[in-house]
Structures are given as structure tokens and as C-alpha cells.
Design a protein around this ligand. Sequence first.
Ligand code: SF4
Length: 457
Amino acid sequence: MTLTEKVLARAAGKASVQAGDNVWVNADVLMTHDVCGPGTIGVFKREFGANAKVWNPDGVVIIPDHYIFTADSLSNRNVDILREFARDQGLKYFYDVIDDPNGTWKFDAAKGSFARQFGARYAGVCHAALPEKGHTRPGEVLFGTDSHTCMAGAFNQFATGIGNTDAGFVMGTGKLLLKVPETMRFRLEGRLQPGVMAKDVILHVIGEIGFDGATYRAMQFDGPGVAGLSMDDRMTIANMAIEAGGKNGIFPFDARTAEYVEARTRLNGTRQAYEPVEADADQKCCYERVVDLDKLEPLVACHPDPGQRKTAKELGGMKLDRAYVGSCTGGKASDFVEFARVVRGRKVAIDTFGVPATPTIVRELQTTWWGDQTIWQILQDAGVRLTENAGCAACLGGPVDTFGRMNEAGLKCISATNRNFPGRMGSKESEVYLASPATVAASALAGKVTDPREYLS
Ligand code: SF4
């Protein structure tokens, strides 16, 4: 069996499963957020009753993160619905925006977008917050009402996005009927070279198979090249499995996974026994491809979909209006570190927005010193507009007052985010070009698409 088949067989209580089997799978965690949470709660109450209780109050994790720092009252109301539900259900893992369990959330537009406007429990973007808070454990099954839930496959678990109706059902029963996906295997060999990042790995893969090339398939990344990838790198790669239509992305378990999971679960009190899975030597995959990490170059996925791959060099000279570093894919601490390495001591030439994925990352950037400056100061000195309000922000557009949103038609933005279908970051007439944080940084400095190796010594 493949990694995905191993996890699903165990979660279905079976000795083995194969691609195409329909099995009832037990969930370990169900995650939802402010966009889909109210809808999921509505389905749950309609189908199970107004006073019904969720199947496991410790298994439901609610993370408001999408339309948070906005004066839009309906968006603010969504967070209040989550709070009322978490209180009524006695949920332990509700990462509220405010500290008062009986309060209401209102973003204070007068205070502005830059300074922190959240309480002590707020966790930031769900997919970055889940591992940070120790909710991603090897061998487990994680369902989330968000397509990028597949990011948690970095931790050797089956993680996939589901709709509100399925999520309402999981909320009530802790189970879901799933067809076991076929597995596409990507064997990683070699090491990433300077200026090339994990984002380039996944842009390369999606460029090979197209934005629908893995539809309803598991994307398994294994091979000797995995050892050289950090957990942040693996998260970036697994996150974008959905951008090829994948059901999930998944990595093998190793000492790095164990170290990360142990540290985060201990810190947040989410430690529990887990059992990683290993693929069988005779696993059956529907596709196999070797990815030579040494040979990869900085890449860009052009408008209008994540499969439109070109090298940064090929696109060199294409003028840009804006740069954006942030999101679950490109707003991790390591992403900002690579970005800072490129812009340090220089000035960006175009509007450049920075949105860390979580408050912990904000703190890390504000307390990590390079010489006599923190990384945060280095970025600010370079002219990056950095907000402390960690969240999804303009990654998916959002209300018009969303930080970094592309409100004007015709803008071209290079972005460390993960999706670039028309209108993704705001105006339907704007264009988004996906790239690694290093390529976004170099392009922000030059005002045009630029290979980051031009700025790295
Ligand atoms: S940062 Fe973007 S991709 Fe990630 S969860 Fe938020 S909206 Fe989705």
C-alpha cells in the first residue's frame, strides 16, 4: 500500500484498502474557519438537531482567519457565530480573535491595518496554525473545510479539504465515506540549490502535470531528496497538491517530522500517541516521476492558473505593479527569512505587502536579530508594508478594505501565495503570478520578474 492507502486502511479499521475502494473513515480532527464554519454549523444543526453535540469536542478545531481584519460587519458576525458555537459545545480548540468569550468582534478601522488587533488566543491562518498548535499528527486523518487542508500531508497524515455538507456530517458522526484515491508518486532526488525554494518544486510538478493533472489522486512525495527539506518546505509542497486537483499530498515520516510534532504538541498540550505510516515496497502507483532538485530553477506560474509554468529568467523584464509575500504557503517564518535575505540593504521598487501567516511568526520576525536589526526592521527598511495582523488577507481577495487587496483592474502582482485564477486577489481584471518568496523579493526590487540568483552572492 501507498502512504495514503496505509492511513485510510487504518482509519477504516481494515487490514488493507486499494485505490477505488469506498470506505468509511474515522476522522481524528475536523477543522473549520470563519468562511465555512457558519455554513457547516448550519448543516450540523439542521441534520442532527439544534441541541445536538459534536462527535468529539476535542476533535473539532475552529480557526477564524480569512475575513478577519475588515470593517465588513457580516464578516465580523461570522466570527461571532463561531464563538457562540464553541461556547455552547465546550470546544477546547477555538482560536478566537478576541479574548472575551462573551464578547463580539469588531475590527477598528480607525486604528489602521498595521498594528495588532487580536487577542491572546488568535492563531492566524488555519493551515499554518494547525501544525504550530500541534493538531497535525502522523498517521492521522484531518478533514478541513478548506481546499488547502492538504498542507498537513507534510506530517505523514491524510489531510483533505471537504465541503460544508460533508463537514456537517463529520461534526455529528466523526466519519466520512471516501473513495480511496490512486497515488501519483514524485520521487525527490538531490538538493535544492541557492535561490531555489520548495515553492519551485511544486510549481515544477504542477507545470509538468497541469492544474488538473492530479484530480482526485494522492500526490506522494518521497525519495532521498525529502531529507534535505525542512518541515516548512514540505508544507509548501503539500499545500499546493490541490492546485493540481490532488485529493491530498503526503510525505513520509522521519526524525524531522517527529521533532517538529513533539515540540509543538508538547507546547500546546495536544500531545497524544500517534503511529506514522510507511509505504510498502510493492506499493502500486498510477504514475511515477523523478524530480531532480539540483536541476530546478526559480519558476513562476503565470496568470491565469497555477499550471502556467515559466522560469523567472524566461519572464525576465515583464513589468509588475505589486508584490505580495504571505499566506499559508508563503507566509511562514522561513519564507520571510528568504525574502529578507534578498531585500536586505535594498529598496523595493513597487508596492510590496507582507502578511505573516501567524502571530507566532510575527513575534519571531520581530525578535530575530541580524546584526543590529530585526528581520522585521530589515523588511520595513526595504519598503515592505508589513502588517502584524496575521491572516489570509488578500490571498483570496476578501472585502474591499482587506490589506493588500488588488482593488484596481489591470494590476499585475507577483505573489508567494498558492492560487492565481482570475479575481483571486481582488479585481477580476488583475493578474497574479505565483513564485517563491525569493523570486517575489527579487522581482519587488527590480519592479519586473527577476531570478533571485541575480541578488544572491
Ligand atoms: S492564506 Fe490563502 S490559501 Fe491559505 S487558507 Fe488563507 S485564503 Fe486559503
